[in-house]
Design a protein around this ligand. Structure first.
Ligand code: ACO
Length: 333
């Protein structure tokens, strides 16, 4: 069974409750209809119920009536969520007036539903920028216990099965933290290794990438990766993590032999950790386009509950897949 089919089958078994704040967005509605028809998860749509049902009828969608629809302007839990917002962020300067305005914003309402235990996860971003999806999540749902940094991993499914784990690799961080420090980079490496184990079902070989392999170049940017590698190895002694490595040394056995002899990871890496978001984001897009890889993600990791961001260019299938991935994360798979 391929990666996504397995994720969808797992999601069906757990029937998690996933909130979709962009309830009036056409691709989101079509995805919700498919999720309901195939019983992949229990979606809640946020938006005006009349407008959502009218649009669903126009689109010929027959299952939307089965979804829970929450009207942000007329939400029976509004007051309780405002109290929760104040409890969490009054000390950061949030006023009641600000909370009253924010709670009608679907992206805030979705995260408050999760925080209050009224939903298991959220998928948004078909019509909102990444930062706007992430900010409420980081402010209210926050990071998982023991984690300080949220990051985004892409599962890259390569046509060339000689790389990674039968052609599957995990790339991170490609979505969230612009310039992680050493400790954050180490955490991103360990978290990505764990995500590879859980969602990818493969044993990670984590390469900490740089423009240097094992001391071949000297620069403060290289030092960051060298130090992050040591921290990551100490954080997860049971995980194969090595660096600093250039990309070719990480994935090509012949190059690994000359540039990083004896490395347990070089030449066979299946998890690539990039030193900054710039590199990670550019790298995944180039591999996607030039190597014709399927890029599944970004799957956000390190958050206390699954909140996943879509690309604004996403397809209906991408949204269905991300709902299923979020359901797997909510089930702890
Ligand atoms: N991990 C954990 N917590 C974080 C992180 C992080 N990576 N970043 C910010 N936070 C926390 C902060 O500590 C802060 O908490 P507090 O308010 O309780 O003190 C809260 O989140 C808000 O932080 P700000 O710094 O005020 O938020 P900011 O406006 O900087 O937004 C964001 C953070 C949205 C993640 C920003 O860094 C960002 O936009 N990153 C890039 C996202 C992006 O554009 N990605 C590329 C596109 S995605 C793609 O192509 C697939």
């Amino acid at each position: 069974m391929d990666f996504i089919s397995k994720i969808i089958e797992n999601a069906k078994r757990h029937q998690k409750h996933i909130v979709l704040p962009e309830g009036l967005e056409e691709r989101t509605l079509k995805a919700a209809d498919k999720v309901l028809a195939e019983k992949i998860a229990r979606p809640t749509l946020i938006g005006n119920p009349d407008a959502i049902l009218r649009k669903a009828a126009e689109l010929g969608l027959s299952h939307i009536g089965e979804a829970q629809i929450i009207d942000p302007e007329n939400n029976p839990k509004k007051e309780a969520y405002i109290e929760l917002m104040l409890k969490i962020r009054q000390s950061k300067g949030l006023t009641r007036e600000q909370a009253e305005k924010l709670i009608v914003n679907p992206l805030y309402l979705g995260t408050l539903m999760i925080k209050a235990g009224d939903a298991d996860g959220e998928v948004a971003g078909a019509m909102n920028a990444t930062g706007d999806v992430l900010r409420p999540a980081l402010q209210y749902v926050k990071t998982a216990p023991g984690v300080s940094v949220v990051s985004g991993v892409f599962f890259m499914l390569l046509p060339d099965k000689t790389y990674g784990h039968n052609g599957m690799m995990a790339f991170a961080d490609c979505a969230v933290t612009p310039n992680p420090d050493e400790k954050q980079l180490a955490e991103i490496a360990v978290t990505t290794g764990k995500t590879a184990r859980i969602l990818g079902e493969f044993e990670p070989k984590v390469a900490m990438l740089s423009f240097s392999s094992k001391g071949s170049a000297k620069h403060e940017m290289v030092d960051k990766v060298v130090n992050a590698t040591k921290l990551a190895q100490a954080m997860a002694p049971d995980m194969q993590i090595d660096g600093e490595l250039q990309a070719d040394a990480a994935i090509v056995p012949a190059v690994a032999k000359s540039k990083a002899p004896g490395s347990p990871v070089a030449g066979g890496a299946n998890v690539l950790v990039f030193p900054t978001l710039e590199v990670g984001n550019i790298a995944y897009k180039l591999v996607q386009r030039l190597a014709h890889a399927e890029a599944i993600g970004p799957v956000l990791q390190g958050m206390a509950a699954p909140i996943n961001d879509l690309s604004r260019g996403c397809s209906v299938e991408d949204i269905v897949d991300m709902i299923a991935i979020s359901a797997n994360q909510a089930a702890g798979l």
